[in-house]
Design a protein around this ligand. Structure first.
Ligand code: PMP
Length: 368
């Protein structure tokens, strides 16, 4: 049988594995930081209406510039993220993964490098690889916060073309403060100048305000966001960036023509009409998150501060055995390969209770 190795794939892809959070059929799935609440019926109806309208013109290509959608995304950010932006500051793609890919195609690529402070979102390194961009793994403190002095040194030594800052960070959960972002931006400008991408996929869940205002006067700072989490629309595949209009112009050089289907644009616009309802779910999830953090601590676990819709907890001598033990109790969580730690997404109160029960039983077993 022909295998990948029999094909002339690029050398840097040989022997590598694709991104693969297990999609297992178990009663409680808390492993991919999805929003546990299905979209409300009124929104489903609105999507149906908008998609029906879009279907009438599916013989035509979609609006290549996605102007209406970008206008509404700008309105959403202006209303919720503490800084006024307009359509020229916004760009959208199929999930923030595609936004990140377009950024690396534009500012990374062969002969160039990107840096991320690990552990962090594993797709940054994978998309770097896919775009031929060299990857540098930057340091963090023991408590998973960014070691600013070490990060500045790392940037000065390696002079990366792209710097990723994930806030709140995945899988650890904690938001990055403004001062850290500013210090790393300065370091990146002194060394580069390079682009700094703030991945705020979980921004709406944070205890701290969005880092969006930092784009003002910093043309090489890009904020990346998604509708997959706060909007409960992971299946939609809609991510976006906010930055100086020059960045939006630059990514046009690599985007595929008509990359955002009319159906996607129609669905995202319908979801944005229901922002207020969807953000109420975010508030419920934040309260549940704080409850689960408290309960995990009272069981006796170490828990990293969470500004996201997931929680990193430990410490385990054998995290993969602990992951398996929780799965055996019908709850799928995530082993991100951070030694000693596991990550659980925040679900509905009933799902969280099922997880907490499994976590309590496991703790008893481990400490017996
Ligand atoms: N950034 C971070 C930090 C994430 O955790 C994720 C999804 N898990 C993404 C980006 C990508 O999300 P999407 O492509 O669904 O927008």
């Amino acid at each position: 049988m022909t295998g990948i190795d029999d094909l002339p794939v690029r050398d840097e892809l040989r022997g590598k594995s694709p991104y693969g959070a297990p999609q297992l059929d178990v009663p409680v799935r808390l492993n991919t930081n999805e929003n546990p609440y299905p979209l409300p019926d009124a929104l489903v109806d609105r999507i149906t209406e908008r998609v029906r309208d879009a279907a009438r013109t599916l013989n035509r290509y979609p609006d290549r510039e996605a102007v209406e959608l970008r206008t509404e995304l700008a309105r959403y950010l202006t209303g919720t993220a503490g800084h006024q932006v307009g359509v020229a500051n916004l760009w959208a793609a199929n999930g923030s993964n595609e936004v990140i890919q377009q950024l690396l195609q534009t500012f990374g690529g062969p002969g160039r490098t990107a840096i991320g402070f690990e552990p962090s979102y594993s797709m940054h390194a994978l998309i770097a690889r896919g775009t031929g961009t060299g990857w540098i793994s930057g340091p963090r403190h023991e408590d998973f916060t960014i070691d600013v002095a070490a990060a500045e040194r790392c940037i000065a030594e390696n002079r990366p073309d792209v710097v990723f800052i994930t806030s709140p960070n995945n899988p650890t959960g904690t938001a990055v403060d403004r001062e850290t972002v500013l210090a790393l931006y300065e370091a990146a400008q002194a060394a580069g100048p390079s682009m700094v991408v703030v991945d705020e996929a979980y921004g709406e869940f944070s205890h701290s305000p969005s880092l969006l205002p930092l784009i003002e006067g910093r043309p090489r700072l890009v904020l990346s966001r998604t509708m997959s989490k706060a909007f409960g629309a992971a299946g939609l595949r809609l991510g976006y960036l906010a930055a100086d209009p020059a960045v939006v112009d630059a990514v046009q050089l690599v985007r595929l023509p008509y990359h955002l289907s009319s159906v996607t644009q129609a669905t995202a616009l319908a979801a944005l009409e229901h922002t207020d309802t969807l953000l109420r779910y975010v508030e419920q999830l934040k309260a549940e998150r704080d409850r689960v953090v408290g309960e995990l601590r009272s069981i006796g676990y170490d828990v990293t501060e969470s500004d996201a819709n997931f929680i990193q907890f430990g410490r385990f001598q054998d995290a993969s055995a602990a992951w398996r033990a929780i799965l055996d109790r019908g709850v799928l969580i995530r082993d991100n390969g951070v030694p000693g730690w596991l990550r659980v997404s925040v679900g509905t109160p009933a799902e969280n209770d099922a997880f907490l029960e499994a976590a309590r039983a496991l703790h008893k077993e481990i400490t017996a």
